[in-house]
Design a protein around this ligand. Structure first.
Ligand SMILES: [Zn+2]
Length: 336
């Protein structure tokens, strides 16, 4: 028998982890609509955005506008909801705190190569930074969630040692994180490696109740990995509606495991998630259509801009902005 209760908590990361890797400029209103639909579908934990430099992640440049919006303010007043915001440093925390965010997420990479590429520091420096952000956040009364990325493999360094993951998980729990999400950023994990890592961590004294699973679906093993982690006692899983997102280091990679797939799997096994699956499926279809429509509109604007100066000069400033966005290469941002 699994050691803890049969219900699971799904942390919807689509608005942050999903959208941040999409090059097409998405209006803030669409993001707000997405968050509202996810809320109506019964999701009680939704990662809203990340307070990062607009240069690093242009897609999330509207984080302040989003967090100040009356919809978000109203959701934030509901004590039953968890609405974490990813913050990479103290500056991000200050901004989030000034916008009345009640929960932040901090992140570190278990591996040196990804840590350098993603946040330009060593693993040790990343741990120190996360510890500092967490301690300030906790002192200010905020809840802190932790992420460890590259739990199985690093795009530069190869396989990740379980000891490296343990070091990071232990440091984040010591820093006061209420739970740590294990991020298979590249989606290379399999049920066997998931089981082996969770066993390693729990054998070393990490309570399984403090762990969450964050499995990308790059090779189609996301749902299997979630199930395996469930059978090991993990009860919290990150997922993204419509499987939004991906990793720029793995060309053609799919994104996070889809919330619809995870919810279906659990419901089918008689395990409660609190999600209204029909409403969630509608939301997934809706955001997929929004993104497809935005993509074709922006490609048309960009094409008009290439046709000649006349058509380009007739574009509004917002159209020009959108056209620039569609040409911008995806930057290596803050990835989990
Ligand atoms: Zn992720």
């Amino acid at each position: 028998m699994p050691p803890t209760s049969p219900t699971v908590r799904i942390v919807e990361v689509g608005p942050r982890d999903g959208l941040q890797n999409i090059a097409t400029h998405i209006p803030t209103s669409t993001k707000l609509d997405l968050i509202q639909r996810l809320h109506h579908a019964g999701l009680k934990s939704i990662e809203l955005t990340s307070v990062v430099s607009p240069r690093k992640i242009p897609q999330l440049a509207d984080c302040r506008d989003l967090l100040q919006h009356s919809l978000i303010r109203s959701l934030a007043s509901d004590p039953h909801l968890r609405l974490p915001v990813l913050v990479p440093n103290l500056r991000g925390l200050e901004i989030a705190h000034s916008l009345d965010v009640k929960e932040v997420a901090v992140f570190i990479s278990a591996t040196e190569g990804f840590s350098r590429a993603n946040i330009n520091c060593t693993v040790g420096q990343g741990i120190e930074r996360a510890r500092e952000v967490a301690s300030h956040a906790i002192a200010a009364g905020l809840a802190v969630r932790g992420y460890v990325s590259c739990i199985f493999s690093d795009p530069f360094d190869g396989l990740t040692s379980p000891a490296a993951v343990l070091r990071c998980v232990g440091a984040l729990l010591d820093a006061g994180c209420y739970e740590v999400s294990l991020g298979d950023t590249l989606g290379v994990g399999s049920p066997a490696t998931v089981r082996s890592l969770i066993r390693y961590l729990t054998d070393a004294g990490i309570p399984v109740s403090r762990l969450a699973g964050h499995f990308h679906d790059t090779y189609g093993r996301g749902v299997a990995n979630v199930w395996e982690a469930y059978t090991c006692g993990v009860r919290v899983f990150d997922s993204s509606v419509a499987g939004l997102g991906g990793c720029p280091f793995a060309p053609g990679a799919k994104g996070n495991v889809a919330t619809e797939d995870v919810a279906y799997m659990f419901h089918n096994a008689g395990i409660e998630t609190g999600i209204d699956l029909a409403s969630l499926v509608d939301t997934g279809a809706w955001i997929s259509k929004q993104l497809a429509d935005l993509d074709s509109t922006q490609n048309a604007i960009a094409a008009a801009g290439r046709v000649g100066t006349n058509s380009a000069s007739q574009m509004s400033s917002s159209q020009k902005h959108a056209a620039q966005q569609s040409w911008r290469l995806r930057d290596v941002g803050v990835l989990v």
